[in-house]
Write a protein that binds this ligand. Structure first.
Ligand SMILES: Cc1cc2nc3c(=O)[nH]c(=O)nc-3n(C[C@H](O)[C@H](O)[C@H](O)COP(=O)(O)OP(=O)(O)OC[C@H]3O[C@@H](n4cnc5c(N)ncnc54)[C@H](O)[C@@H]3O)c2cc1C
Length: 401
């Protein structure tokens, strides 16, 4: 995956404006600067402190980071799990396993990594700061998108699931609450019950629930996510909330998730955050990635590209939201230098992102299955675990735009 610096065949010497400094925004700033463009990033937060917890990075996401020369900093802070094990959340019975580690490296040329979101953000930020062509502004909340469109030839909406840029150009309403609640916690590896203290990703599949845990911070911490069904808690912020551990314990009890090792792990987590999960239907066309610029009443309106959650918020059941944001950014950097490249970028990206969004929804139905579907899932995992859990089309990406 060569990254070819190719100064501006997208005709501009004016800076590209990036709204949002999350994974998509920092990735896009880096990709555009590496392609020879000047970039300004506007981030609403007053500092680059990062909320969130763990993130899994499949070989496709690691491939993007490697192409930007970020493998060494990734190695310094990530964990590289040896396997993905799935288990029954009611009994603890093993259901199926997918070796990662050397197998992922041999099959895909890049490892499978797990990382704290703050560490991913930090390594991107260091790389962006090394680019003289990028100016970073914090405490800058963009509210007047139309005015910003007049100041730049290209505006990148990287402002996440509640994107103001998306609303300004697509005006298609807010994302939808999925009816699923994600509880997220972090604990020192030394506090993890001995039976689960391992360098692996574990997925516990139950009725209307699942839990995932994996190492982060070079294996010094374990990230734990438990997803249950339930109504939007009254007064809940759409993003990140403190959570009450006993509520989660009650929900697990009701869902029959009583595997002793899982309950012990949940009890060991010192504090929980609650994230109501929202998404949108899978993308339906390139128009949801790219809105062409126009000239109205003598006023220029920039072309707008949407990246990351602004374009394709998805359920976290394929662990690919941040990965797709990185892929969007990488592909954009490859496209800008070519005539018609942006259109080609949007064409390639919407099809891949729509597929990933749909697959993430499907995974949710399989993870939380009841009745016959659950029986079919467990039988399939026992017989064909490795084949069912590997996703070559995903992990061999990103496709060249
Ligand atoms: C429970 C859970 C588990 C997950 N697990 C994984 C995983 O394992 N692997 C994976 O790849 N992904 C995972 N994800 C998804 C991943 O976290 C997101 O897809 C990813 O963070 C999206 O990045 P983004 O940059 O598009 O948006 P964000 O991270 O939301 O960044 C948007 C940025 O824009 C800023 N902003 C917003 N509005 C404005 C404005 N008007 N002006 C200026 N700035 C603005 C925000 O402050 C923010 O910094 C998970 C998500 C959840 C909820």
């Amino acid at each position: 995956m060569a990254s070819a610096p190719n100064p501006a065949s997208f005709p501009t010497t004016d800076p590209i404006q990036v709204v949002g400094g999350g994974v998509a925004g920092l990735g896009a700033a880096l990709a555009c600067a590496r392609a020879g463009y000047r970039v300004q990033v506007q981030e609403q937060a007053s500092a680059w402190a990062e909320v969130g917890a763990g993130i899994q990075l499949g070989p496709n996401a690691v491939r993007v980071l490697a192409s930007w020369g970020l493998l060494e900093p990734l190695r310094a802070c990530a964990a590289f799990p040896s396997a993905l094990h799935s288990q029954d959340a009611a009994t603890g019975r093993p259901l199926g396993s997918l070796p990662l580690g050397q197998r992922a490296l041999a099959r895909y040329g890049q490892p499978y990594a797990t990382i704290h979101r703050a560490d991913l953000q930090a390594l991107l930020l260091v790389a962006v700061r090394q680019q003289e062509a990028v100016t970073l502004h914090t405490a800058q909340r963009v509210s007047d998108v139309a005015a910003l469109r007049q100041q730049t030839p290209l505006l990148l909406g990287c402002d996440g699931i509640w994107s103001a840029v998306r609303q300004a150009v697509l005006n298609d309403g807010p994302p939808t609450f999925t009816g699923h609640l994600a509880y997220r916690g972090l604990l020192p590896m030394a506090d993890v019950p001995a039976a689960l203290r391992s360098n692996a990703v574990h997925a516990w599949l139950g009725q209307d629930m699942h839990a995932v845990h994996y190492p982060v911070r070079s294996g010094q911490f374990m990230n734990v996510v438990v997803v249950v069904h339930g109504p939007l808690p009254p007064g809940a912020d759409a993003w990140d909330n403190t959570a009450v551990a006993s509520d989660l314990q009650d929900k697990l009890e009701r869902a029959g998730a009583s595997a002793p090792a899982l309950r012990e792990l949940v009890a060991a987590v010192p504090g929980w955050r609650l994230w109501p999960l929202y998404d949108r239907d899978p993308m339906t066309g390139a128009h949801q990635h790219l809105v062409a610029g126009a000239e109205t009443q003598g006023q220029r309106q920039a072309t707008v590209a949407l990246l990351g959650d602004a374009a394709h918020p998805m359920r976290p059941y394929l662990a690919q939201g941040a990965a797709m944001a990185l892929e969007d950014a990488w592909a954009l950097g490859q496209s800008l230098g070519r005539p018609g490249g942006l259109v080609q970028w949007a064409q390639t990206r919407w099809q891949r992102n729509a597929w990933v969004q749909a697959r993430a929804r499907r995974n949710g139905r399989i993870f939380h299955a009841t009745g016959v579907l659950r029986w079919g899932r467990d039988t399939g995992l026992a017989l064909l675990g490795q084949r069912l859990m590997d996703v070559p089309r995903l992990y061999s990406g990103p496709p060249f735009p």
